[in-house]
Design a protein around this ligand. Sequence first.
Ligand code: GLC
Ligand code: MG
Length: 534
Amino acid sequence: MSEGRSLSTSWWRDGVLYQIYPRSFGDSDGDGIGDLRGITARLDHLEWLGIDGIWLNPTMPSPNDDWGYDVADFVGVHPELGTLEDLDELIAEAGRRGIRVLLDLVPNHTSDRHAWFQDALGGRDARHRDFYVWADPKPDGSPPNNWQSSFGGTAWTLDEPSGQCYLHNFLPTQPDLNWWSEDVREAFDEILRFWFARGVAGFRIDVTHGIVNDRELRDDPVATAEDHPLIQARGHQQKFSMNRPEVHDVLRRWRVLADAADPKRILVGETYVLELDQLIPFYGAGEDELNLAFNFLFVHAELDAAAMRAIVEAMEELLPAVSWPVYTGSNHDAGRLASRWAGGDPERARVALMMLLTLRGTPFLYYGDEIGLPDVPLDPATALDPVPHRTGQPERNRDPCRTPMPWSAEPGAGFTEPGVEPWLPFGDIAAHNVAAQRDDAGSTLHFTRDLIALRRAAPDLRSGSYETLPAPAGVWAYRRGDGHAVVLNLSAGEATVDGLEGTVALATDRARDGEAVAGALTLAPSQGFVVDLA
Ligand code: GLC
Ligand code: MG
């Protein structure tokens, strides 16, 4: 059997993946902090929902300056989250339910408390000095170049004893690794092998686009009026500080390791680029780099028919035939789709979920998406996230999308013991919780579960081709395979789509499930339909 054919039925193409923020899923030991055993205790929910794989945000030891994205030991487990044995048990218990476990790998930088950096601080001759990116300040004492940290200010900090600066594209306590060093590459080969041997199904790779920095440390160009608004807001194009072409050598090297494992493991990249022609190359020749590359243009698009359709059509056109798209609407940085896309309107959250779960590509849900959980309004002045404080931009607070999962309306929300204060506040647990929605067949939770089940039952919705169908402005309609059509009214007005014959397989308004469709289908605002064309 050819490689292409075997991959086309692989679990990660066919499946639905689910992102878990481990500190906020389930607290097994009553300290107010979610942990690995707390995730294991909730696997039944994920099995019931129909999830095939989970990605855990960082689980490794960390001083938590950036909540786990400052790793102090790449082959351990953070004591607040549990032990290696707890992780083994989670992997085994998930496996028993047909659920794979992906970890978060953070190769761009370490914590400054990592043993490598502590050693590197010993001086220019230290064994691990070259694991990091060092440069002399300019003669006037200013930083070596104009690179800016994504978290505000210069990307360089002076190490006074040695008189050199080290690079940090994020916090000063997150020194960038030097991916020009063969020793760094070999160290990560070992880290990948270590986790593969423990049974992880692969990795979500943090800041994939950024790990290799320009060897000559050339200045980043200033943003222009043509750049995406998020790049204009940053002020510079990260052309040399990140996004170097040599990253592809590293990805090919990792893909060889992932493909050599039995069963094969997968690599999912945080490929934070805002142009599709920069995204596509992360798939390499199609099957020799990342398996999936997150599409941030899609994440940051408005929930608007024309805008989203254009992104998906371009992906369909540009992506190598053997490669596979991935779509998500929420994560621990960008916020939750129920707020960002749907503005708190539950109907709109449902139509967004219908879109995610019916596009050609692997959907990633973020914990809570299945109940239409919105962001929790929190005061940025007391944020645990360092970003609003360092940047002075309160709107960049990421705490609101990292709050504990509301399992029930009981004290402790089913997340922790009654009376225990969770590490981040609960939101309105009476308004949104899993238990109440499980008891209500008309809930968003049942809607999400039914969509996942429909996707599993209908090969068209998993692997069928994508084709845009004619639709009035504000409506996005597409055919999947020969036998299914999806019609999404993303506008604020009523709309009618013509030319559909079949049966409603699933509607955002559950009262319309099973309805016959003969010609015209009329949609109220934020309504969506999956139509079985048979
Ligand atoms: C990625 C993570 C984000 C983190 C940053 C620095 O963007 O998703 O949460 O702060 O990398 O590691
Ligand atoms: Mg705990």
